[in-house]
Write a protein that binds this ligand. Structure first.
Ligand code: KIV
Length: 264
């Protein structure tokens, strides 16, 4: 079993597709790593998925470190990426370096991901300069939800050239890969062909170098709303609810515990 590294991911471009999923705790990271995922992202989606926030904006550096430490303990092979939360890198280069450095030192993750293209060029460059590998994230960037007026596909019409510029800026700044989220299929394909670093799509069609989804979405644990770009592989939410209902019934009617679950 060979550990997946940042250079290994860069080297996959045009050779082998990259698989990536989120995880937020030890129990799931152990399973996801054993199942053979290439990259585990401790996304700031931890806010919506695990902490019940309305969006990713309230997530803190401390929360990211807390969840990532648990994830890292369960991982042997996958590359672990930690998301930089909103306002942990937007203030200044010094702030971005301080927080990224702390997140890498304290969490055990191997690289950071941050949102933004052209506007984040200097920040990405400053982190890469001090040997913190950066995964970019452009297109539908959830931390910009209020500017975008919701979670809307980006890069349509006049915005197409802006997204191409963002992709070039992220690559030129030294990122080792870039997430393309909520981007029309054809534009994602063209950006993928244009860049020398791998693109990892989510809602960006099948022509990227890799694919990322939120773990709880593919497991059917994220409620009734299913975005078009999500494939649900199982309905764990329903299975868990059924199991808990049976347990409640068993306890109420005395079917559990019985003698076989008792010590003598
Ligand atoms: O936080 C997250 O889960 C993400 C992915 C959706 C790319 O950024």
């Amino acid at each position: 079993m060979e550990k997946i590294t940042v250079p290994a991911i860069k080297g996959r471009k045009g050779k082998e597709k990259i698989s990536m999923l989120t995880a937020y705790d030890y129990a799931f990271s152990t399973i996801v790593d054993t199942a053979g995922i290439d990259i585990i992202l401790v996304g700031d989606s931890v806010g919506n998925v695990m902490l019940g926030y309305p969006n990713t904006l309230p997530v803190t550096v401390e929360e990211m470190i807390h969840h990532t430490k648990a994830v890292v303990k369960g991982v042997q092979r996958s590359l672990v990426v930690i998301d930089m939360p909103f306002m942990s890198y937007q203030e200044s280069i010094e702030q971005a370096r301080r927080n990224a450095g702390r997140m890498i030192k304290e969490s055990g993750a191997e690289c950071v991901k941050l949102e933004g293209g052209t506007r984040m060029r200097d920040v990405i460059g400053a982190l890469v300069d001090i040997d913190i590998p950066v995964m970019g994230h452009i297109g539908l960037t959830p931390q910009s939800v209020h500017r975008m007026g919701g979670y809307k596909v980006q890069g349509k019409g006049a915005a197409e050239q802006m997204l191409i510029d963002d992709a070039k800026a992220v690559e030129e700044a030294g990122a080792f890969s870039v997430v393309l989220e909520g981007v029309p299929r054809d534009l994602a394909r063209r950006i993928t062909e244009m860049l020398t670093i791998p693109t990892i799509g989510i809602g960006a069609g099948p022509d990227c170098d890799g694919q990322v989804l939120v773990l709880h979405d593919i497991l059917g644990m994220a409620g009734k709303f299913r975005p078009k770009f999500v494939k649900t592989y199982t309905n764990l939410g329903e299975l868990i609810e059924k199991a808990v209902k049976e347990y409640v019934e068993d306890v109420k009617n005395g079917a559990f515990p019985d003698d076989s679950h008792s010590f003598h």
